[in-house]
Unconditional design. Structure first.
Lengths: 540, 314
């Protein structure tokens, strides 16, 4: 390997680290490391330094997000230096909304390029198609400078080792302080960026904002005389669903079968549960049969849009927005998205349902996946790692800064109109800003909706309610080779079966044998690997 | 071609002479050949990943050889593979029985129309669906027959029981077959209509003078006239008989589950492109290709034995 400036520096750092601590640390030479749990947990994660310039109206905790009723007047320009290096930077990502106008017709994008000091060339695919695009681009060896790596990608460690930069020396510990807004991302999120005993990317943090529960249309429920629904058990919830269904008028309560919600009522694990070092998957836990039986009842009662099984996410969103359905199971991010996609006018309102216990008491809530994606930097990029990190840092400037205001809302006049200090997006603004910048890096979500202070208030309220009932996915940050290779396949079989069971095409009793097969054809092995990883990291 | 030329008068000419003489024709053929070589033959080399533990991020050359390991799903009968194979064979049978003869029947029907004008209008209408992409066709079927589609909305608003067609796993194979018939039957009549127009009308006149009824004419004149093209198309169809529609199926797979909808092509996609098991997917694809070639060659041989032309002449 030829000695580059970086590897030389890295080697030097490592030598210095050895000299100081007596043990070789991971900086710089980490690319030789194996992807073992011990090596990964030994990585010193970036030090969390909260950016404290902006005070929230509704202060959060370490799980509840900060809420803001107004955008701060005179937002601070937090970054003075232009992050780009003048040369075009390429980026590949999914985008959740409609495909935006191309750069020559998109004033937001043009302004962005000016501010970045580098032309940002973005190759996009819709959410539904991104995995295909990603797989083929990798296979074609045609990679951009900045790459949005979905967490479910098979064999991430090998992929990142072969294609991505090792960022450890630039981000580990206090090194991250050079990028204050990356340092503003809590440590927990960086855990998901560690592979091969090194930091291989920048997180796009989600967690609480991705926590999903039933979202409901307050206006549609109010029309039926239901205000602030708070069912005490499944039956009461089911009654509301029946109330909200009028199939003859083409209206159903639900966009999809809320099987996850029912599983939460029953307190089933969030993906994997760990207890005393033993891992249990959501599929094998007791209560699945009850959940499936209940879901089946809902489908049979016709409270779910009959096209749900063939519909994609985009169609479900249309039903909810168009009032064909009053409930959708989705996250806080989607909650906001619904407001920006709103075509129903001013009456349109969304709120979130808490989880009761299945027969009584409280249900549990599954904490949202920590990361939307890991953003990796191409090993063979022509840009310096500092430039790319500076760009990521710029993208992570939090709510309240001038950078955030521009990133999310664009330019005053064209993309938003100021109502007091609130930037209310225009139609052009919604379309032009949706170019996927949030997937380069992002600050943790701030609860806020321009001009509608009741939205963050409602969001904050429900988050406080569920905060002490959160269940975490115990497999987060633990790597299992088998899981990485086969998880999609293994769970795909169960999802298929679940669909058939709730449609009444198969019996609930077929679930148990399928779970047995799941365990014998990979599930047990995954459990073993997760448990080993957990032990090796000492339960950290 | 070369064999055939032995019988012609050009057999005395040297290769160089013949090339020189046909230079314009050869020049015309050049772009087509280049296209086939670049987009069909060169990519075939990629099949080598069937014998490798291929990792896309390492590339073909740096991935390790794994011998026949990737083929173990086939030899050991992996349940997911067998399921895909089963569904493929069911669909192959359905398509051979229902889809293949449909355009022949339609062509005969069209041919029996007297008014040229009506015939042309009918043809145009029948060709149209061919030009729609599967996304549109699937969406159309969904809008018409789906749970909240036209038909079921009508039934619901008249207090009648709804019919679950789209998303019903029991009807899925039938649905797929009907969609193909709806979409492509009209288009596929073109070749048969062309062949029908080649049949000498004197044969019909002679037959009718001999007192042959319409059915007898059909049996003794029309069908023998079509025999060559039917056999040719059937052999070609056999070659990709295991290709039972990828896009059409993947678009509708979610609703009915993989038990009834996974076919070899979707298996390759789901395991390879999405699942990351590229080697296994390539192995399955390769075997599928080999089976196709064997089927074509065998069918062609059989055609020769029965004195037909087949795809190429002996």
């Amino acid at each position: 390997m030829p000695v580059s400036r970086r590897s030389f520096l890295g080697g030097g750092l490592a030598a210095a680290a050895v000299a100081v601590t007596g043990t070789p640390l991971l900086a710089g030479c980490a690319s030789d490391k194996k992807n073992t749990a011990a090596a990964n947990s030994a990585v010193k994660l970036p030090t969390y330094t909260k950016y404290g310039e902006i005070k929230p109206d509704l202060p959060g905790t370490d799980v509840v997000l900060d809420g803001f009723l107004k955008y701060p007047a005179n937002p601070v320009k937090a970054i003075s230096e232009v992050p780009g290096d003048g040369k075009p930077i390429t980026f590949m990502t999914n985008i959740p909304g409609a495909i935006p106008p191309s750069v020559d017709k998109n004033q937001f994008w043009q302004e962005l390029n000016k501010r970045l000091g580098s032309e940002l060339q973005i190759s996009m695919a819709s959410n539904d198609e991104y995995n295909d695009k990603f797989a083929t681009r990798i296979a074609g060896g045609d990679l951009p400078d900045i790459l949005n790596v979905p967490p479910g990608t098979p064999q991430i460690p090998g992929l990142l080792k072969a294609k991505a930069m090792d960022l450890t020396e630039h981000l580990s510990g206090d090194a991250v302080k050079k990028y204050p807004f990356l340092a503003n991302i809590p440590t927990e999120f960086w855990k998901g960026c560690v592979f091969n005993g090194a930091i291989y990317g920048v997180p796009v943090p989600r967690g609480m904002s991705r926590t999903s529960l039933p979202l409901y249309r307050t206006d549609l429920l109010a029309a039926k005389g239901i205000k602030d629904p708070a069912p005490k058990n499944f039956e009461e919830f089911f009654d509301i669903c029946k109330e909200m269904t009028a199939a003859k008028e083409n209206r159903w309560a639900w966009t999809r079968v809320p099987t996850s919600y029912i599983r939460m009522m029953l307190g089933l694990p969030n993906n994997w549960k760990q207890e005393g070092g033993k891992f249990t998957s959501v599929f094998e836990a007791d209560g699945n049969e009850d959940a499936l039986e209940a879901a089946r009842k809902m489908v049979a009662a016709g409270v779910i849009n009959p096209d749900t099984f063939s519909a994609k996410a985009a169609a479900r969103k249309q039903w909810f927005n168009g009032g064909t359905a009053a409930f959708d199971y989705d996250s806080f991010v989607a909650w906001n998205q619904y407001y920006s996609d709103n075509t129903a006018g001013d009456a349109f309102g969304v709120n979130m349902l808490d989880v009761p216990g299945f027969s009584s008491g409280d249900g549990k809530v599954w904490m949202g996946a920590a990361l939307n994606n890991v953003t990796a930097f191409n090993k063979s990029t022509k840009h310096s790692v500092e430039t790319l990190l500076k760009v990521a840092n710029w993208m992570a400037a939090p709510f309240g800064t001038e950078e955030y205001l521009f990133r999310k809302y664009g330019v005053a006049g064209r993309h938003y109109t100021l109502q007091g200090t609130d930037p209310v997006p225009t139609k052009t603004g919604v379309v032009e800003t949706g170019i996927g910048l949030q997937y380069i890096s992002d600050s943790t979500l701030a609860l806020y909706w321009a001009g509608k202070p009741d939205v963050p208030q409602n969001q904050h309220k429900i988050q406080q309610k569920i905060a002490d009932r959160l269940l975490y996915d115990a497999s987060y940050g633990l790597y299992s080779e088998t899981m990485s290779k086969q998880w999609g396949q293994l769970t795909g079989v169960l999802t298929d079966l679940e669909n058939q069971i709730v449609q009444g095409k198969k019996q609930v009793s077929e679930w148990a044998p399928a779970v047995k097969t799941f365990l014998s054809s990979g599930g047990e092995k995954i459990r073993g690997e997760l448990q080993d990883a957990f032990t090796a990291t000492g339960g950290k | 071609m070369l064999q055939r030329s032995k019988t012609g008068p050009q057999q005395q000419l040297s290769l160089g002479r013949r090339l020189l003489r046909d230079r314009v024709l050869l020049l015309f053929a050049l772009p087509g050949c280049a296209l086939i070589i670049v987009f069909h033959y060169v990519p075939l080399l990629g099949n080598v990943i069937a014998f490798k533990d291929y990792q896309p991020f390492l590339g073909i050359t740096s991935s390790d050889w794994s011998g026949w390991e990737n083929f173990s799903v086939i030899f050991n009968g992996d349940p997911a593979f067998l399921r895909a194979l089963k569904n493929t064979l069911i669909l192959t049978c359905l398509q051979s029985i229902f889809v293949f003869p449909a355009p022949i029947l339609l062509a005969l029907l069209l041919n029996s129309l007297f008014s040229e004008r009506i015939k042309r209008i009918a043809q145009s209408i029948l060709y149209l669906p061919h030009f729609m992409s599967w996304v549109i066709v699937v969406a159309l079927f969904q809008q018409m027959l789906g749970g909240s589609g036209l038909l079921n909305n009508y039934l619901r608003s008249h207090d009648l029981a709804t019919i679950n067609i789209i998303g019903n796993s029991e009807l899925f194979h039938v649905l797929l077959t009907s969609q193909i018939i709806w979409k492509d039957t009209g288009w596929a009549t073109i070749l048969f209509l062309a062949a029908l127009s080649q049949i000498d009308s004197q044969l019909y006149e002679a037959a009718s003078v001999d007192g042959a009824s319409r059915m007898k004419q059909l049996w003794h004149v029309t069908l023998p006239g079509l025999r060559g093209i039917i056999i040719l198309l059937f052999i070609l169809r056999l070659g990709d008989s295991l290709t039972v529609g990828f896009e059409q199926i993947i678009l509708q797979q979610q609703a009915v589950g993989r038990d009834v909808s996974e076919v070899l092509d979707t298996y390759v996609y789901n395991n390879g492109v999405l699942g990351g098991a590229w080697g296994v997917a390539a192995a399955v694809g390769l075997v599928k290709g080999v089976v196709g070639v064997v089927l074509v060659l065998t069918a062609n041989k059989v055609a020769h034995i029965f004195g037909e032309q087949g795809v190429y002449q002996r």
